[in-house]
Design a protein around this ligand. Structure first.
Ligand code: TRP
Ligand code: ZN
Length: 850
């Protein structure tokens, strides 16, 4: 059924539920197109209710029968749910509904993926399974019986009993419906056990479909055990069931889902082998496994009162998984990686039509708010809080969180109160980070006289949709001062910027120091700091803070690219020599050196130019990037072969940070070498590679110089039976196509027999690839805009969530010249006018068009 006029939901309208649920019993009689769901729900009036009107959510359900306390009833049904009269005392509601998982292409609720039944209920998918108060502040104990002719039948919690064709599960921990899960299929497990700190045995399983994936679970299992141990060691959190299941699913809208005791994963977020996954894939998998596992406490034991509080669980859990990755690998490299991601996705969001606060105050479709702002900026806000109160106070506040709110559906106010209580600090100004959208700009100026150095900081946040006026935030700015020899004369100090303008004074300095501002990226802000390239090169060479050392190189590169685009400047020696010095410095982590060598993305340059008041020209940006890469390759000509040779890893492949960093630098080197040798070295690497990191790195280097046709064919032949590897094959061709070929390449690939519109990974490979090819996506012909719009219109009736997400590719339309703007607006308008457009996509197009 299609939605009526979309309704906006407001945080301010929150009211407690009319009824609470003591226990739920569900029976699933599985059938591909006719699954019966029988529910028995024990309700009682909520003493805190403001209304006693009884309403159960339910969508796309065929109601067979309903009863209250055993008496059949005829409820009022609407597209959103069910209403009926109920007693004002506790009662039992029973219903039987029929649903059709095999035709559920939205991948929300109960659906089928390659013969396997599975569920996705966050945020509001449970209402597509049965009638229920589908809101996170209604928590209940679930008992589930599954009847079906399949060997493996799984649900949340612990197994109670099982027989031929049925199984029963009981989850003792009260939970909201969004954490419900069911999986049924012909599956095999990769199993292990974990002994918790109090000595309990936990059975661990990673379930996959038989036929090739069994061998790809070893790394995921290792990551799971490391996560369990880490959460005990660092946060004191122990696992709370006898069993922890992970299931890999081929068709999935996101990365993974933290259902209690039964995490469901996009196969791409859990399965890996050296031959099929890159080092970057391994690191991502480790982080996602940790993320979902950490949700067991931050999300499940303590959940969210309503969906406006999403960052309560997501910001905190991302922050925790970032800490974990830092501990497992390198804190410096992880911080740089996270800043790159934040700037690329969250800054883009914050500076465009889709900007919203970390805690939004209204939404039409909550699925549209699983964003970089809620997740990544939400994590930054926690990092700032920790920096401001200190590590000890943070640990105390977190202990108090688990003690005070275990079993609760909590709010951001509850969260901030913990820090007020443990530190005695007034955090009301800090709280604005949750309600004020937009990226603050920090303008830095300084002066020096008579031994005193003064740093002047000014903050300003540009207007965002619905928020014209911005107030000053409390921003932690970590600063260090270096002398002219590169020695640190003032070690890292956290300045608390609270006013629109503020001056900080440092005394007793013999000379004017060189400031290193926003060390370790201490706040999610953009720093404007007019300084000479000599000063930046000095910081690239000498800063003791790895983030700012890297960022100095980044700023130099961005600055140079801007001058190349605006004034036809040629790359200067200062930058190239600085780069060469870092590259040759064997005391530096290869992973770090690879990051310094990586230029800002073309998208990044477009964003920076727009921010500076220019109208970015994607073709000119692409040209400047290509020219600069060639200059770098030529300048480093003598060093690159030596670096390449030094980065060869001997011995069996492991995805650990050490060898992965070497391969990253080796791949960066081979991509530059290709600019000079026509791809000889890359072709050799491709032929000899025994792992995906080097195979793909070589293929990428070849495609970047418009070579590699034979390698592409060989790659497809080798991997045609491996979906996840073929996603790379689809994606790479589009993302690295020449700008005038990008749309044509994407179009050709949509006609490939293995293209499947219903599989989000494959759809994203092609069209995410197209979006990431900045010059190709924005090619003046507008071909890519039209192609993407065509396919979004086709996908929307099948899968609204993925359509809405991919529609955000157009969110930068206002940056560009009128011709491109017209073309993008036409594409967006075409989407907007599609009959029966989903609420998800309609909200995104409306917001983008403004
Ligand atoms: N809660 C999940 C996570 O952060 C993500 C999630 C939200 C999701 N909605 C989803 C996953 C829809 C799949 C489909 O880990
Ligand atoms: Zn999450």
């Amino acid at each position: 059924m299609k939605d009526a006029a979309p309704q906006t939901i407001y945080l301010a309208d929150y009211t407690p539920p009319s009824h609470l649920v003591d226990a739920v019993h569900l029976t699933f009689k599985l059938g591909a197109t006719n699954t019966r769901v029988v529910s028995r729900i024990a309700f009682r009036p909520n003493p805190k209710a403001v209304s006693n009107v009884f309403f159960l959510h339910g969508e796309d359900l065929a109601l067979i029968s309903a009863k209250i306390d055993g008496q059949p009833i005829t409820p009022d049904l609407s597209a959103e749910g069910l209403r009926c009269a109920v007693p004002d005392t506790p009662f039992i509601f029973e219903a039987e509904v029929e649903i059709s998982p095999a035709t559920n292409t939205a991948l929300e609720g109960l659906y089928m993926s390659n013969g396997m039944y599975c569920t996705q209920c966050e945020a509001e998918g449970f209402r597509k399974i049965t009638y229920y108060p589908d809101r996170p502040d209604v928590m209940a104990v679930f008992t589930v019986r599954i009847e079906g002719d399949l060997p493996v039948l799984l649900s949340n919690g612990n197994p109670v009993a099982a027989g031929d064709g049925w199984a029963e599960w009981h989850d003792p921990w009260p939970k909201p419906a969004y954490l419900f899960a069911l999986v049924a299929g012909d599956l095999v497990a990769h199993s292990d056990t974990f002994i918790t700190k109090s000595g309990r045995d936990v059975d661990l399983n990673i379930w996959v479909r038989p036929g090739g994936d069994e061998g790809k679970c070893v790394f995921g299992m290792k990551a799971l055990k490391a996560s369990m141990k880490w959460d005990e060691d660092v946060y004191g959190r122990e696992y709370d069931l006898d069993l922890f299941n992970i299931v890999a699913v081929d068709d999935f809208n996101a990365g993974a889902m933290e259902n209690k005791g039964l995490n469901i994963f996009n196969a791409s977020a859990v399965l890996a082998s050296p031959e099929t996954a890159t080092d970057a894939n391994f690191e991502t998998i480790e982080a996602i496994i940790a993320h979902e596992y950490f949700h067991n406490w931050t999300g499940n034991r303590i959940t969210c009162r309503d969906w406006f509080q999403l960052c309560l669980k997501e910001g905190l859990t991302v922050f925790r998984d970032q800490q974990f990755t830092g501990d497992m690998r390198s804190h410096a490299v992880k911080r740089i990686d996270d800043a790159i991601v934040l700037r690329a996705y969250q800054f883009r969001e914050d500076n465009g039509p889709l900007a919203h606060p970390v805690r939004p105050d209204s939404f039409v479709e909550i699925n549209n708010f699983y964003t970089a702002t809620v997740y990544e900026k939400g994590a930054e806000v926690i990092g700032m809080l920790k920096l401001l109160v200190g590590d000890d106070a943070y640990a105390k506040a977190l202990d108090l969180y688990f003690e005070r709110h275990d079993g609760d559906a909590a709010t951001i106010e509850d969260w901030l109160q913990l820090f007020a209580d443990t530190t005695g600090r007034d955090l009301s100004q800090f709280a604005k980070w949750y309600s004020q959208a937009g990226t603050p700009r920090i303008t830095v100026t300084d002066d020096y006289a008579d031994g005193t150095y003064r740093l002047h900081l000014r903050q300003e946040t540009p207007a965002t949709p619905g928020q014209d006026k911005k107030e000053p935030l409390l921003i932690p700015i970590a600063v260090g001062l270096l002398n002219n020899n590169g020695a640190e004369v003032v070690p890292t100090t956290v300045l608390e910027l609270t006013d629109a303008e503020q001056t900080f004074t440092f005394g007793g300095l013999a000379d004017k120091p060189v400031p290193s501002v926003l060390r370790n990226f201490s706040a999610p802000v953009i720093v404007h700091h007019e300084r000479t390239n000599a000063e930046r090169a000095f910081l690239l060479a000498h800063d003791t803070d790895p983030f700012n050392k890297w960022d100095a190189g980044r700023t130099l590169a961005q600055d140079l690219l801007m001058r190349m685009i605006r004034d036809d400047a040629t790359p200067d020696e200062a930058f190239l020599d600085g780069l060469a010095a870092v590259l040759r410095d064997d005391t530096l982590d290869p992973a770090f050196r690879a990051l310094v060598l990586r230029l800002p993305s073309e998208e990044d340059t477009a964003q920076t130019l727009f921010d500076a008041g220019d109208t970015p020209d994607p073709a000119a940006i692409n040209q400047a990037h290509e020219t600069l890469k060639l200059h770098i390759a030529q300048h480093l000509q003598d060093t690159l072969p030596r670096i390449y040779a030094d980065m060869i890893v001997t011995g069996p492949y492991t995805p650990d940070a050490g060898p992965a960093g070497k391969r990253a630098l080796g791949n960066a080197a081979v991509s530059l070498i290709s600019k000079l040798d026509g791809g000889k070295q890359a072709a050799r690497q491709f032929a000899q590679a025994d792992n995906m990191t080097q195979q793909l790195g070589a293929l990428r280097a070849l495609l970047q110089i418009s070579k590699g046709a034979d390698e592409l064919t060989a790659f497809a032949q080798q991997w045609q039976h491996d979906r996840l590897v073929m996603d790379k094959w689809f994606g790479l061709q589009v993302s690295l196509a020449a700008p005038d070929q990008a749309a044509a390449t994407a179009k050709r690939l949509t006609a490939h027999p293995d293209f499947d519109i219903k599989n989000p990974n494959r759809f994203r490979a092609v069209f995410g690839g197209l979006k990431s090819n900045t010059a190709g996506f924005h090619h003046a012909s507008g071909a890519a805009y039209d192609l993407l719009a065509d396919w979004l219109i086709k996908l929307d009736p099948l899968n609204p969530q993925t359509t809405a997400r991919m529609t955000t590719s157009f969110d930068t339309w206002r940056r560009y010249d009128t011709d491109r703007q017209d073309k993008m607006r036409a594409a967006l308008t075409r989407i907007a006018r599609t009959p029966d457009l989903s609420r998800d996509t309609a909200e995104i197009v409306t917001r983008i068009l403004g």
